[in-house]
Design a protein around this ligand. Structure first.
Ligand code: GDP
Length: 294
C-alpha cells in the first residue's frame, strides 16, 4: 500500500487530497494547517520517521494574500522556512519520497508574459508571493541536487470548502444569506479584479498526477482563462434569482494596494506530460458553491 504525508491536511486542498488518495488505496498521514509546526525540525522528523511516506504533499501555508501585509514575518517563516525545513528533513528521513510543493501564481506578481508558463520569470509583488517564490526556488534547488521535488504552480482554486474570506465564497455565502432574508447587502472591493479560477478538485488531481511522472518537473495548474469578481457576483445572484444591483456595495477600504496583474496560467505542459484536463467549468463551480451555500 503506498503511503502519503500531507501538510495542511485540514484545509480545502488537503481534505480533498486525502479523499482522492484514500480512494486510490493510499495510507494517508497528515498534519493540520497549524502555523508553527512546519518550522519545527524535530516535530517534522518524528512525523516523517513514523509515516515513511512514498509521497509528500506540502500544502500547509499562510494562505490569505490579503492578510499577509500585516503578517509578513509569519508568512515568510511558515511558507519559506517551513518548506526548507520540510525539504531538508525529508532528504534525511524519507529520501525516497517524492515531494510536491503547492506553489502559487502569486510568484509571478506582475509578469512580463501572459499567459505564464513554467519558465516565466518570478517577480512577486506582495509578501505572500515573495515567500512562495523563495520556497519555489528552494524546491528547484532540491531537485537540482537529485531530489524528486516538484512545484505545482497553482492558480486560484475554489470549491464549496473554500474559506469564507476568499471572494468567491464570500459572495456565495452572502448571496445565499440575502436569499434567505438574513442580510440585505454585500460589501466588496474591486469587482473588476480578475483571476484564473479553477475547481480545487481538478487542481488536486493534477498534484497527484505530477508525482506519478517518470521525472520530476514544475507544472502550472490553471484554467487558462480569467473571470472577474463581477462575473462571480452575476452567477451567484442569478442562481437565487436576485438582482445583484440591489445588494452589492463597493467599499473602497476593501481595495488592495498591490493587486497582481494578468495572472493567467498556461497549463499546456500539464496537459501534454501528465494528460491533465480540468473537468469543471467556472460557471458549474460557482453554481455548485451556491447550492452548498443555500
Ligand atoms: P487571492 O487574493 O487571489 O488569494 O483571492 P481572493 O479570493 O481573496 O481575491 C480575489 C480577488 O477578488 C482579488 O483581486 C481581490 O482584490 C478581489 N476582491 C474584491 N472584493 C473582495 C472582497 O471583498 N474580499 C476579497 N477577499 N477579495 C475581493
Amino acid at each position: 500500500m503506498p503511503s502519503a504525508f500531507i501538510t495542511g491536511i485540514t484545509g480545502q486542498d488537503g481534505s480533498y487530497l486525502q479523499e482522492l488518495l484514500t480512494g486510490k488505496g493510499y495510507e494517508v498521514h497528515g498534519w493540520p494547517s497549524a502555523e508553527c509546526d512546519i518550522t519545527q525540525p524535530d516535530v517534522l522528523r518524528v512525523a516523517l520517521q513514523q509515516s515513511q511516506p512514498d509521497e509528500i504533499y506540502h500544502l500547509a501555508a499562510q494562505t490569505h494574500v490579503g492578510d499577509s501585509a500585516q503578517a509578513e514575518a509569519v508568512t515568510m517563516a511558515v511558507n519559506f522556512q517551513g518548506t526548507k525545513n520540510l525539504l531538508e528533513t525529508a532528504q534525511r528521513e524519507a529520501p525516497r519520497a517524492r515531494i510536491l510543493f503547492a506553489s502559487s501564481s502569486e510568484i509571478f506578481g506582475r509578469p512580463d508574459e501572459v499567459p505564464q508558463t513554467e519558465t516565466t520569470p518570478i517577480n512577486p509583488v506582495n509578501p505572500y508571493g515573495e515567500s512562495k517564490a523563495c520556497a519555489t526556488e528552494a524546491v528547484r534547488a532540491a531537485r537540482a541536487a537529485g531530489c524528486y521535488a516538484v512545484n505545482g504552480i497553482l492558480y486560484n482554486h475554489e470549491s464549496p470548502r473554500r474559506g469564507p474570506n476568499f471572494v468567491t465564497q464570500k459572495i456565495c455565502r452572502a448571496a445565499a444569506a440575502i436569499a434567505r432574508g438574513e442580510q440585505s447587502e454585500l460589501k466588496l472591493g474591486d469587482t473588476s479584479a480578475a483571476r484564473d479560477w479553477s475547481d480545487a478538485r481538478d487542481i488536486i488531481r493534477g498534484m497527484w498526477l505530477a508525482l506519478q511522472a517518470e521525472a520530476p518537473g514544475d507544472y502550472i495548474f490553471a484554467s487558462g482563462q480569467t473571470h472577474t469578481v463581477q462575473n462571480v457576483i452575476e452567477i451567484a445572484f442569478e442562481a437565487v434569482k436576485l438582482d445583484w444591483r440591489k445588494h452589492v456595495i463597493i467599499d473602497e477600504s476593501l481595495f488592495r494596494a498591490t493587486e497582481p496583474r494578468q495572472l493567467i496560467g498556461n497549463p499546456s505542459k500539464a496537459r501534454a506530460v501528465l494528460g491533465w484536463e480540468a473537468q469543471t467549468t467556472f460557471h458549474e463551480l460557482i453554481v455548485e458553491m451556491m447550492e452548498t451555500a443555500m
